[in-house]
Design a protein around this ligand. Structure first.
Ligand code: XUL
Ligand code: CO
Length: 441
């Protein structure tokens, strides 16, 4: 299937680290076995429809820079014909790259209708197109989601809107998007809190709004079970942008929210590198915490500019950092229904069709290098060995008795006096461990 957009470019192949071909993989070899599993099955790459095919290259100071055959011309209204041309190019790119999955929002794939019903039927029409293309190419859906943030009706939030009619509209939209995700055998359904947050407390009732969000999520989970959708429901944390205060700030905040509504066993998180950075964390911190809390689900792979303070959604290229991220993914047992979604967009001067391929190739190669380094660290117990030693004291009978709740505070205190316990500090050996990591990356 050729849309013609990528010309006569042939499917991208693995050519090894020495290749100078810009349209080849140097490190991502789908069939290479890493820790007993194909690299493709570890990484489970997905292309984000919105950034690659819908975003026009604008910034706050200027509009569209990209010219795509599927964009409406100035003065033209976007039609279903545009949407189908876009789908042709998208599936051509998935096939050229050999990425096994894609992800989309409703608004990425079909033009908005004049009524809810028209928008919904347009989504069904595109789902027909996707279903045929998925069958033909073998490309699968990692997750679907609803765009509850671009249209002006959502300017004050979706589930957390002061107007219950907006809540209802958002609920109807999410129901529709879950239906389509289920129909396309999506493996997850994502809720990123687009404008679930606020600008000023002067017009906001936080208790009420977060309560509404809890009700919304409970309805979503309940619906998922009623229709037998087997995918995982994922919340994607982000601290700020578009609203000043986003309710799903980071993994810890989302966990507290899930606990408040009794949903911690129903919902997991989709963690994005750039969002972790905006929250003042590292990516690996968010991954490790989610794994420790039992809510690790999937990742949005990208990189955020460390100086800008906004969400730059660049393609990833920092292998040492990515190795530490995949270390946490492997340590958590790897992806189950989740995967590596490139929530990343070209820079607005990268105009050529080839730029889209090259960006993904580079991202995939960096992920492959990160994964391989992480796998070697795991296999060699390079970090887990020292870690086990550091906590070894907790294996003792007394320490176990404390942990299992068999000791009171007084009993512990008595033992400190009786046994004359005076703890001696031991080195944390951070530089030593950093040097070990450096051997693998
Ligand atoms: C926004 C973002 C979204 C979600 C899906 O920062 O990451 O694209 O991934 O709505
Ligand atoms: Co994202």
């Amino acid at each position: 299937m050729s849309s013609g957009f990528f010309g006569d470019i042939k499917p991208i192949r693995y050519e090894g680290p020495e290749s100078e071909n810009p349209l080849a993989y140097r490190h991502y070899d789908a069939d290479e076995i890493v820790m007993g599993k194909r690299m493709a099955d570890h990484l489970r790459f997905a292309v984000a429809y919105w950034h690659s095919f819908t975003w026009p290259g604008g910034d706050p100071f200027g509009g569209q820079t990209f010219e795509r055959p599927w964009f409406a011309r100035p003065g033209e209204v976007e039609t279903m014909e545009h949407a189908k041309l876009k789908a042709d190019a998208a599936f051509e790119m998935f096939s050229l790259l050999g990425t096994p999955y894609f992800c989309f929002h409703d608004a990425d794939v079909r033009p908005e209708g004049t009524t809810f019903a028209e928008s919904a039927s347009r989504l069904d029409e595109i789902a027909d197109v996707f279903e045929a293309k998925m069958k033909e190419t073998g490309v699968k859906l990692l997750w679907g989601t609803a765009n509850l943030f671009s249209h002006r009706r959502f300017m004050a939030g979706a589930a957390t809107n002061p107007d219950p009619d907006v809540f209802a509209y958002a609920a109807a939209t999410v129901k529709k998007c879950i239906d389509v995700t289920k129909r396309l055998k999506g493996e997850n359904y994502v809720l990123w809190g687009g404008r679930e947050g606020y600008e000023t407390l002067l017009n906001t009732d936080i208790g009420r709004e977060t309560g509404q969000a809890g009700r919304f999520l409970s309805m979503v989970v309940d619906y998922k079970h009623r229709i037998g959708f087997k995918g995982t429901i994922l919340i994607e944390p982000k601290p700020q942008e578009p609203t000043k205060h986003q309710y799903d700030y980071d993994v810890a905040t989302v966990y507290g929210f899930l606990k408040r509504f009794g949903l911690e066993n129903e919902v997991k998180v989709n963690i994005e590198q750039g969002h972790a950075i905006l929250a003042g964390h590292t990516f690996e911190h968010e991954l490790a915490l989610a794994a420790a809390l039992g809510i690790f689900g999937s990742i949005d792979m990208n990189r955020n500019d460390y100086q800008s303070g906004w969400d730059t959604d660049q393609f990833p290229n920092n292998v040492p950092e990515m190795a530490l991220a995949y270390y946490q993914v492997l340590h958590a047992g790897g992806f189950k229904t989740g995967g590596t979604n490139f929530d990343a967009k070209l820079r607005r001067q990268s105009l050529d069709p080839q730029d889209l391929l090259i960006a993904h190739i580079g991202g995939m190669d960096c992920c492959a290098r990160g994964l391989k380094a992480a796998a070697r660290m795991i296999e060699d117990k390079a970090l887990s060995g020292p870690l086990e030693k550091r906590y070894a004291g907790w294996k003792s009978t007394e320490a176990q008795a404390i942990l299992s709740g068999k000791r009171t505070l007084e009993e512990v205190a008595e033992r400190v006096v009786r046994e004359k316990i005076e703890p001696q500090p031991k080195s944390g050996r951070q530089e030593h461990l950093e040097n070990i990591v450096n051997r693998y990356v």
